[in-house]
Write a protein that binds this ligand. Structure first.
Ligand code: SAH
Ligand code: SF4
Ligand code: F3S
Length: 474
């Protein structure tokens, strides 16, 4: 789970008869789980009349779904709120403005102090209560200046939000996310997630399988199973089976759902990769040969300081076992450079691990001190100039490896699941098993199906190919 890119997700709610139609725009920053949550917030608001709006201008409600992972991600919330304030004023203050996600969880009331025109602040565990929050916000607002008492819901409620969410009846894309696990008990020294998302919690297998069947029936062909530590997922076996299930067993059950041809999961922790899950990579053709398995550093000293509870050798061994199970497995990782105490020798150990493992893709970040986390107060913070240099060096190596991996795909026949139209007329785009975007000239009717494509060229972030064989999936 990475990145703080703006994904610009729109609400996916649908209009209901008998209720006044209102327009909802959702802005999504952060990880895939935020993308999933934004969709579910739209689902929750659909029954009270909110339908998606492509732009925030003139909307009845705007939700800013935020990310707290690094300083930059958190700070840009307030500049975005300044922009939204002007849009709210342009509606005569009719627009309801909500801040959701991990910054809302971390900063709570501070948001209402710095941005009193915000109507609702809600954490990631309370969005099933949104309709009630909207009603409260509408009641408390003093008409005219658009300022209400400000509704805050950032507790960790006892009820399970997944039991309260309505089933989405919005049309589904070809690829879908499905959250199965949330929260984290690992407490890495640098990370805010255990504080913003709370303790590790797994959804029941029954509720996950029900949602997956529904997604497939709505048109999804690929599901990415999500969790902050998705491979820590464990649950009671569904009715009719016995014992406890881990993620490997859950993936085996998901692979049997008619219509689903691809499965992925993210993000995994190296410590929670058990034999059954590794075996699933060997046994399940639907499980795509691409795994995001963050290592963060190649230095045992730094890994210990990070509280990762695994060594660089543990990671190397794990990669070996995974590649033995699935020889074509492409690996992706996250790296942090400049964690407190990281020396040049530690950084070199990270470079050595990257050279050895070889990654098809990776995300790398400069360490960003986060308030309330152990590393933020640690001695031996690394100078900004050293962080900059190390990041540039590491990214150059990772870029080369990504390029080599893509170049190695040229000439291969790969299964591509088509997801939409490309930028040029007649072009469609899909994903390779290794998650690379692939462009081909092809009929619109192929969207939603998997076909064999001969890869003919590699670009910095995508591949181009020609259709070899249409392998339509019902
Ligand atoms: N649960 C996942 C990662 C979640 S956060 C895991 O355990 O790997 C996504 C990534 O953001 C992390 O893998 C880490 O590389 C990066 N990250 C988290 N906190 C950070 C910080 N304080 N500074 C820089 N990068 C950070
Ligand atoms: Fe953050 Fe570590 Fe938990 Fe990942 S495992 S979410 S990096 S605390
Ligand atoms: Fe960001 Fe929260 Fe995801 S901090 S990375 S949105 S879990």
């Amino acid at each position: 789970m990475t990145g703080t890119e703006r994904t610009g997700t729109e609400g996916t709610g649908t209009e209901r008869t008998g209720t006044e139609r209102k327009r909802l725009h959702v802005i999504t920053w952060g990880c895939q789980m935020n993308v999933y949550d934004s969709g579910r917030m739209a689902d929750v608001l659909a029954p009270i009349g909110y339908a998606p709006a492509a732009v925030p201008d003139g909307a009845d409600m705007v939700i800013l779904n935020t990310c707290h992972i690094r300083d930059k991600a958190a700070e840009k919330v307030f500049s975005e709120l300044g922009r939204l304030r002007r849009l709210k004023e342009a509606t005569g203050n009719r627009m309801i403005l909500a801040v959701a996600g991990c910054v809302a969880q971390a900063k709570g009331a501070e948001i209402l102090v710095r941005a009193p025109y915000v109507d609702i602040v809600l954490g990631p565990q309370t969005y099933h209560r949104l309709p009630e929050m909207v009603a409260r916000a509408a009641r408390t607002r003093s008409r005219g200046n658009g300022r209400g008492a400000g509704v805050i819901e950032t507790d960790f409620p006892p009820e399970d939000k997944f039991d309260q969410l309505p089933q989405s009846d919005a049309p589904q894309g070809v690829t879908a996310f499905l959250t199965v696990q949330e929260g984290c008990d690992k407490f890495c020294s640098f990370c805010v997630v255990p504080y913003t998302r709370g303790a590790e919690q797994s959804r029941s297998a029954d509720s996950i399988l029900r949602e997956a069947c529904h997604l497939a029936a709505q048109g999804a062909r690929e599901i990415t199973v999500l969790g902050q530590n998705v491979n820590a997922w464990h649950g009671e076996a569904p009715a009719g089976s016995s014992g406890a299930w881990g993620l490997g067993r859950l993936l085996r059950a998901l692979a049997e759902i008619p219509g689903l041809c691809r499965l992925r999961y993210t993000t995994s922790h190296p410590r929670d990769m058990d034999d059954d899950l590794i075996g699933a990579h060997r046994d399940l053709p639907a499980l795509m040969p691409y795994l995001h398995l963050p290592v963060q550093s190649g230095s045992d000293r730094v890994l210990a300081a990070m509280n990762r509870k695994h060594s660089a050798a543990d990671y190397r061994r794990l990669v070996e076992r995974l590649r033995a199970a699935r020889p074509d497995l492409a690996l992706s990782s996250d790296f942090i450079v400049g964690h407190p105490g990281e020396t040049e020798a530690d950084f070199e150990a990270t470079m050595a691990l990257v050279r050895e493992v070889r990654f098809a893709q990776a995300y790398s970040f400069k360490y960003s001190p986060r308030p309330g986390t152990p590393a933020a107060g640690a001695a031996m913070q690394v100078a900004e100039a050293d962080k900059d240099r190390r990041l540039r060096t590491l990214q150059a190596l990772l870029r080369d490896q990504q390029g080599e991996f893509a170049a190695g795909c040229v000439g291969l026949d790969l299964a591509v699941l088509f997801t939409g139209f490309g930028r040029h007329p007649g072009q469609i785009v899909g994903r390779s098993p290794f998650l690379q975007p692939v462009h081909v000239m092809g009929q619109a009717g192929l969207i939603g199906t998997e076909s064999i494509v001969r890869i003919v060229a590699d670009m910095p972030n995508s591949l181009a190919g020609t259709l070899v064989e249409e392998r339509r999936i019902a």
